[in-house]
Write a protein that binds this ligand. Sequence first.
Ligand code: UDX
Length: 430
Amino acid sequence: MKLTIIGSGHVGLVTGLCFARKGYRVLCVDNDKKKISLLKKGIVPFYEPGLDKMLKESMRKKRIAFSASVKEGVNHAEVLFIAVGTPLGDDGSADLSYIENVCRGIARSLKTYRVIVEKSTVPVRTGERMKRLIKKYSGGTCFDIVSNPEFLQEGRAFQTTLYPDRIVIGVESKKAERIMRKLYARFKAPIIVTDLASAELIKHASNSFLALKISYINAVARVCELSGADITQVAYGIGLDKRIGRDFLKAGLGYGGYCLPKDVAAFAYISEHLGHKFNLLHEIQKINLGQRNLFIKKAEKALGSLKGKKVALWGLSFKPDTDDIRESPAVAIAYRLVKLGAKVQAYDPKVKPSKIPSLKNRMKFCASPYEAVKEAHGLLIATDWKEFKRIDFKHVKKEMLRPIIIDGRNMFDPAKMKKSGFVYHGIGRS
Ligand code: UDX
């Protein structure tokens, strides 16, 4: 079986490679010609564990090919996935212009029946909109729209795509359902077949629920600090209740990335647009952004005014195992520190200075965590990279001017850090 994926970013490329691994012949399309020419040479455009190997393997087996032409994509396969970006518009709505462009492109090349699958996260009722648009430009050729949201987690992209908790398929016709079931028959996961709108809503509601868990635990962390409790123990105690679950209860600097922030905002927008003011979603956002203020206040309390101080910053990506800095709380912290006059010495295992040109000349990008702490008045931890777990803190202490750590990801045991001679502040831990 063949299939086409339009949009070769994190979601599109990983989805394509996972289908290729399952034996399909996949054509990945993107309008970024530079990206396509790199991919054709086997060069990956971003960091994701295993991506390089998967790409090379699929190319060797001739299961994946790349093209900048939507027309070629439409001709290649009966099933066309759309996995282009749906960034946040200025008003908080999802900007659907990339999807709409692709729909027009598909419609103009449509000669025979195709299943057009929305893989990108979209507001409820986008499928309807796509249908109208494609009908308008396609001159009567039959097609079906399917909603098949992705639940891919960056840093664990292959694991979460090859072994998903569930596969959601929103369809309007038996024919499309049959084709989609056949496509996913090689995956071992429960398949949920719904109508279009329900599938679309499952995605927004899932991501918002994950954000809710994070903001909830961060709000509880604030109470922990006021009451002398420890959030890691509280979260453990809460999470053992199977109805709640242990995942996504890590207090810290809050959520970032391409999905959670924009999906919560877009869900709030569409809900209000449909007539329900979803205030809870606004509170989730408020708590999330508030974590950054609290972190900076902690740093100021521990180090005094940050003006002129050398501050080490460990981590820039929005979470470990990715070089993605979109909506990264760590990068937001870097900007705040620079603005407050701190001399920032940052280190991230994967984020290159060229990714943040506006900070390139305003802070020092270090080659190692040890270089970052040299003569620093304090160390701020913003991303929980595993590498930091293996750090030689004796070495760190020797390099630092003052042994103060503000850990925005609760990576270490406060008692052990104190024993090692550090003044250590976590989030929600007294
Ligand atoms: C998310 C969803 O998990 C995925 O299902 C969806 O398809 C895309 O969006 P991703 O953006 O890769 O995936 O990141 P995720 O692992 O969900 O983490 C999001 C943010 O929350 C990160 O900044 C992370 O550091 C933070 N986080 C996560 C916490 O602060 N605490 C936690 O307990 C978990």
